[in-house]
Design a protein around this ligand. Sequence first.
Ligand SMILES: NC(=O)c1ccc[n+]([C@@H]2O[C@H](COP(=O)([O-])OP(=O)(O)OC[C@H]3O[C@@H](n4cnc5c(N)ncnc54)[C@H](O)[C@@H]3O)[C@@H](O)[C@H]2O)c1
Length: 478
Amino acid sequence: MAHLLSASCPLNISCSKTSPKSLKQSSSAFPTSLTLRTSIQPFKTLSLNKNNTKKLFSVRATTLQQPGTKPDSTSGQTSGEQPRPTRVMVIGGDGYCGWATSLHLSNKNYEVAIVDNLVRRHFDDQLGLDSLTPISSIHDRIRRWRSLTQKDINLYIGDVCDFEFLSEAFTSFKPDAVVHFGEQRSAPYSMIDRSRALYTQQNNVLGTLNVLFAIKEFSEDCHLVKLGTMGEYGTPNIDIEEGYITITHNGRTDTLPYPKQASSFYHLSKVHDSNNIAFTCKAWGIRATDLNQGVVYGVRTAETEMHEELYNRFDYDGIFGTALNRFCVQAAVGHPLTVYGKGGQTRGYLDIRDTVQCVELAISNPAKRGEFRVFNQFTEQFSVNQLASLVTKAGEKLGIEVQTISVPNPRVEAEEHYYNAKHMKLIELGLEPHLLSDSLLDSLLNFAVQFKDRVDTKQIMPSVSWRKIGAKPKTVSA
Ligand SMILES: NC(=O)c1ccc[n+]([C@@H]2O[C@H](COP(=O)([O-])OP(=O)(O)OC[C@H]3O[C@@H](n4cnc5c(N)ncnc54)[C@H](O)[C@@H]3O)[C@@H](O)[C@H]2O)c1
């Protein structure tokens, strides 16, 4: 299954019976220019109609592997009660976190299989967006990796919502651990209109349910490492614990799941995922780790730096770009930093080099059978105003004059609030954080400057309003 949202360019999608319709938004803060059509049957199999050839988007268990170059699958073993898993399936391995993680694990001699339906690239085509960095096709990426390291990465192109496809991937690869990044991960995307809200929850919740059923059916000892988000917790006026909180109520005490207050249809999909995973750990004895990740910044890892064909994607637009990455690009092109509202919104952040480290720590220290383990995966917390001032200072050092503006907040969120989230469990497992020092910011900013000619400044302002979401397919900025 895949979502069917066709753009007027450049892909023709079958089954779409609607005619192009310009949808004008009332506020000039949310400019419009790309017309999108939405299928009346949004969750049928997506097929691409290119040169009159119908191509099924899900390719069953397509594998890229070179005979005779199998990685040494024993070199990742450690002594101790539980053998270290060596076969890791990375769902969403063509995406921002997934690509960096796949290379990192492959470099550490895990045998890696990427499962991805490439829908993230399709979103860019739909919405007229592009990564700041030029990114190669997944096939070229994997070929380049092999030629540089003699290490293979298996590739399964397909949709985890398609259980038949997923079953084939599971039975042929036989993973010891599954890292699940493969979701629609943009809160603004999920708030564009009804069809994107439905797509996000269908893709994320049903995809994860399929992964849980595949583990139960084919690989019941397999450890699920699932990417959640710190956004599941919202911004409560008390400290945020790592997954659970001990409460005494009317004289009785219990340890319960920490309350969730998600604030977009995307964040809510993650809460639903967490509930489904926790239930299957109890009911079927699944072993799972929910990584409640903060906002990721940065683009370079030791492996992606090795060759330009291994470059990771870098999103800076108002839909997929995350705060610090966006600010660096804005500074690089002389656009004022876009602080939403009062700018007191505080969140946890981490360097992408720590994302890959955290995932490896979770895999190499697996949860027990039946355990639903929750780690808060971030290293530092900042308010949006603090980030803006850090980028301004880094800009000064590079001779860039950086200005900041407050733009009307497109989201519904507290703009000034208490925030203190615990994040000790990964440190206890050995995480050595890369902190957002001035030098790191300089290099992130330098990177944005290096690619600034590729920036489409029309993509910078936010184009999706939480309050204006409607049932009709919406045109968004492009
Ligand atoms: N990037 C962040 O700052 C951040 C922060 C917190 C949590 N996360 C979580 O980490 C995960 C990865 O985020 P990212 O930034 O790398 O996102 P991304 O969009 O760059 O990557 C997601 C990948 O999953 C693939 N995918 C989506 N649906 C799929 C499906 N049904 N079947 C197969 N493949 C599918 C996409 O094609 C894409 O390659 C997400 O689950 C996200 O919610 C990310």
